[in-house]
Ligand binder design. Structure first.
Ligand SMILES: C[S@@+](CC[C@H](N)C(=O)[O-])C[C@H]1O[C@@H](n2cnc3c(N)ncnc32)[C@H](O)[C@@H]1O
Length: 334
C-alpha cells in the first residue's frame, strides 16, 4: 500500500544517505569491497565501537548496500560493488563526497533560507573538494560529450571555446572525435592543473590549450585572456556553468561568450532545463542545488531563449539528452 505521508520517503532517504556517507567517509565501504571482513576486524581497524558498528552494518544490509555472509563477515553487495568500484570511470564515489560536503556547507534548510534572504555563495568549490570534482567532471564528460558530438551543428567547426571547461573532459573527447578541431579550456588556474594532467595523459597538448580565467573578473576575449583581438573561435560551449550564476551574471557571461564568436558562430549550452520535471525526479531536485547556492537557476526553454536573446544569440533548438537528464541548447550569434 502506498505510504499516505509524502514526506516519509524523503525523511527516510536522508537517514539512509547519512549512514552510507558515514560508512564511505570512514573507509568501511572500501574495506569490504574486496570480499567479506568480520565485524570485529572492522571495529579494530577503524577504532569503532562494536555495538553501533553492528547496527550500522545491519542498516546498510537492510538498504541493499552490504551482504552479511555469516562467519566470514560483511561485504559490499553486488549492486554497490559495481557502483563504487566499477565500471571504470564510475563517479559515484566522488559524487557521494561532493554531495556530503554540499549538504554540510549549504545544501540544507538554513542554506536555502539564507539564499532567499539574499546570500550568494562563491561559484568556486573549496580546494579540498577540487580533486573529487575534477575527477567527477572527467567521468561525466566521457559520458556526455559523445552526445554533443552527434549534433550536426558541431561538424566542421575548427576552434571551440570551452568556457569554465573544468578538467577539460569535453574538449578532450570532442577533439578526439573531430580531428579538425582545436579547443581552448577557460577556467580557474587551480582547476586547470587537473586539466593539464588530463591533456597530457590524452597526448592532446598540441590541440587543447588551457587559459587561466576568472569568470567574475576577466574578460573572455582580447589580449588579457591570451587572445588576439577579434573572434577567436567558431564555437563555444557552456557546460554546467550557467546554473552557478544568477540571471544578471548569466547574461553577462553569455555576452562575453558572444565576443569570442563571429556572427553565425555556434553556442552550445549544456545544462539543466526545467520544463515541469516530474516530482521526485533528480532533475526536479537539482533546482534546490542552485537555490541553495543563491543562483536560483531554473529556466525553461522560453526563459533561456530570452536570456540568450539579451546576450545577442538566437536559440535555434533544444536537444534533450534523456540518458543524462540534461539538455543542449543550440544557439547562434546574431
Ligand atoms: C560544474 S563545473 C562544469 C565544468 C565543465 N564545463 C563540465 O561540464 O564538466 C563548473 C566549472 O566552473 C568553474 N568555475 C567556478 N567558478 C569560476 C570562476 N570564478 N572562474 C572560472 N571558472 C569558474 C569551476 O572551476 C568548474 O570547472
Amino acid at each position: 500500500m502506498a505510504d499516505p505521508d509524502p514526506l516519509s520517503p524523503l525523511r527516510s532517504a536522508r537517514k539512509v544517505l547519512a549512514a552510507v556517507e558515514a560508512a564511505e567517509g570512514i573507509g568501511l565501504l572500501e574495506a569490504v569491497a574486496g570480499g567479506p571482513v568480520p565485524a570485529g576486524q572492522l571495529a579494530d581497524s577503524f577504532d569503532l565501537r562494536p555495538e553501533p558498528l553492528h547496527a550500522l552494518l545491519r542498516v546498510l544490509r537492510w538498504h541493499g548496500v552490504l551482504d552479511d555472509t555469516g562467519a566470514a563477515g560483511w561485504q559490499l553487495s553486488e549492486v554497490y560493488r559495481e557502483l563504487l568500484t566499477g565500471p571504470p570511470g564510475s563517479n559515484a564515489r566522488a559524487l557521494l563526497r561532493i554531495e556530503r560536503w554540499a549538504a554540510q556547507d549549504h545544501l540544507n534548510a538554513d542554506g536555502v533560507t539564507a539564499a532567499l534572504r539574499g546570500r550568494r555563495l562563491p561559484t568556486e568549490i573549496p580546494d579540498a573538494e577540487l580533486p573529487a570534482l575534477a575527477d567527477a567532471m572527467l567521468t561525466g564528460a566521457r559520458a556526455s560529450a559523445p552526445h554533443l558530438a552527434r549534433l550536426p551543428e558541431l561538424r566542421d567547426r575548427t576552434s571551440l571555446a570551452d568556457i569554465a571547461g573544468g578538467s577539460g573532459g569535453y574538449s578532450l573527447t570532442l577533439c578526439r572525435m573531430f580531428r579538425g578541431l582545436t579547443a581552448t579550456v577557460y577556467d580557474r588556474a587551480p582547476m586547470l592543473e587537473h586539466a593539464a594532467r588530463a591533456v597530457k595523459e590524452a597526448e592532446l597538448g598540441d590541440r587543447v590549450r588551457l587559459v587561466p580565467w576568472d569568470l567574475h573578473r576577466d574578460p573572455l576575449a582580447g589580449p588579457e585572456a591570451g587572445e588576439a583581438s577579434g573572434p577567436a573561435h567558431d564555437a563555444a560551449l557552456l557546460s554546467h556553468v550557467l546554473h552557478l550564476l544568477d540571471r544578471r551574471e548569466r547574461v553577462r557571461l553569455l555576452t562575453g561568450a558572444g565576443r569570442l564568436l563571429p556572427g553565425g558562430g555556434l553556442l552550445l549550452v549544456h545544462d539543466f532545463l526545467y520544463e515541469e520535471p516530474p516530482a521526485g525526479s533528480a532533475l526536479a531536485a537539482s533546482a534546490v542545488d542552485w537555490l541553495a547556492l543563491g543562483a536560483a537557476y531554473h529556466p525553461d526553454r522560453r526563459a533561456l531563449a530570452a536570456e540568450l536573446a539579451e546576450a545577442g544569440f538566437t536559440l535555434r533548438r533544444t536537444v534533450p539528452l534523456p540518458a543524462l537528464g540534461t539538455t543542449v541548447a543550440v544557439a547562434t550569434r546574431d
